[in-house]
Design a protein around this ligand. Structure first.
Ligand code: ADP
Ligand code: MG
Length: 405
């Protein structure tokens, strides 16, 4: 992929120039607003540091959660500004607004090497508007923060699959470059998307069932095996006639799943046992059951040990693995074994088989760290879930295409 990169911008020189950077700071927060996994902040540092070292006046834009176009303190980037200051070893100021008076005053007042973060871009409804004129007006205001001779660096890989203002429209208005994270992600994932060494195993889980059913179809055409666990598998199990009780289920997709199983049944690998729970709670009563053994009114919150073994055997023979989505509710200890076991099998395949292994997805990446697994055990951990999936499906990423020279 031919796009201009941060190195091209640095070669031009950034001293005293305003550089607008789109980062991905959409970190998970606990109910008290503490960051539970700083992975995305850590991943953003190389680009920011390089700009600071070059003497740029750095203006960061990012979103957090889904404030739906309204200012909402709950989704303020304040915890990010604090964590970023610490990680960077330099004070990062947070503007009180996105493109208002405070953001402009602070942007104008930046010295060379200073870093400013403006508030959550999704506080402005125009960020995600479908109307190009609305997004354009917002883009003009964002770009005006970068004064004359500004530049744009796209480094939020987690959002490059979205044609949103701070990702896409600003790139049309300023000289635009791929940041170090976007460059690394795209190059690494391109290797998997173009010619994955066979056997190519895709492991899917997580909660966003509707998002991901299309993904199964797209990837089943390319992969040798598609392993499915997590919240996604229950609609497929229901399509096979099992009573999944209160487990996550997308009833309107059962027919689609039947069709998927008919077309790709020989590639799709499903669980053979489950961990059923009396309710969705960390201390719920729970037990390992067969596929037809979920007690009435219970729900399945993890795959069982026989499934881990079965999935592990397929993974052990792989030469390429792409994994998106936890196998169960890994945030609760009682339901974390499926995710832990599958992640460990992928780590083992990397080491023992020379398999090229990629983890994609905010929660999947967070689960690796939370479960105390070795991050270096994978070939690549992507910061983007949706973005990495869409890329591997062969879809165009608007935030990347717009950077292409
Ligand atoms: P990613 O961010 O890696 O793309 P998702 O956001 O799609 O993944 O899904 C992650 C969430 O899926 C986790 O919070 C996990 O608790 C949830 N999950 C996994 N299995 C189940 C299940 N059986 N029932 C309910 N939630 C589940
Ligand atoms: Mg997620």
């Amino acid at each position: 992929m031919a796009f201009k990169t941060l190195d091209d911008l640095l070669a031009q020189g950034v001293e005293s120039r305003h550089v607008l950077v789109r980062s991905d700071f959409n970190v998970p927060l606990d109910k008290d607003g503490n960051i539970t996994d700083p992975g995305r902040i850590t991943s953003s540092l190389p680009t920011i540091k390089a700009l600071v070292d070059g003497g740029a006046k750095v203006i960061l834009t990012a979103h957090l959660g889904r404030p739906k176009g309204e200012v909402n303190e709950k989704y303020s980037l304040a915890p990010v500004a604090e964590a970023l200051s610490e990680a960077l070893g330099q004070y990062v100021a947070l503007a009180g607004d996105v493109v208002g008076e405070d953001a402009h005053e602070r942007a104008n007042g930046l010295n060379d090497g200073d870093v400013l973060l403006v508030e959550n871009v999704r506080f402005d409804p125009r960020e995600t508007s479908k109307d190009e004129a609305e997004r354009g007006a917002f883009a003009d205001e964002l770009v005006s923060l970068a004064a004359d001779n500004g530049a744009f660096v796209s480094d939020g890989f987690g959002v490059v699959h979205r044609a949103q203002t701070s990702v896409y429209d600003v790139a049309k208005r300023l000289p635009a470059f791929a940041g170090k994270l976007v460059e690394k992600e795209v190059n690494t994932l391109a290797a998997v998307a173009k010619n994955p060494e066979s056997p190519y195993v895709v492991v899917l889980g997580g909660a966003k069932v509707s998002d991901k059913l299309g993904v199964i179809e797209a990837l089943a055409g390319k992969a040798d095996h598609v392993i499915i666990g997590g919240g996604m598998c229950y609609t497929l199990l229901a399509a096979q006639g099992y009573d999944v009780q209160n487990s996550l289920l997308q009833e309107d997709q059962i027919d689609n799943c039947k069709e998927l199983l008919e077309r790709f049944g020989d590639k799709i690998v499903l669980p053979v046992d489950l961990v059923a729970a009396s309710e969705f709670a960390a201390d719920a009563e729970h037990k390992v059951v067969g596929l037809d053994g979920i007690p009435e009114g219970w729900e399945s919150l993890d795959i069982g040990p026989e499934s881990v073994k079965k999935f592990g055997e397929v993974i052990a023979k792989s030469k390429t693995v792409f994994w998106n989505g936890p196998m169960g509710v890994f945030e609760m200890d009682a339901f974390s074994n499926g995710t832990k076991g599958v992640a460990q099998a992928i780590i083992d395949a990397t080491k023992n088989n020379g398999s090229f292994t990629v983890v994609g997805g905010g929660d999947s990446a967070a689960s690796v760290r939370r479960l105390g697994l070795d991050e270096d055990g994978f070939s690549h951990i992507s910061t983007g879930g949706g973005a990495s999936l869409e890329f591997l499906e062969g879809k165009e990423l608007p935030g990347v295409s717009i950077l292409e020279a």
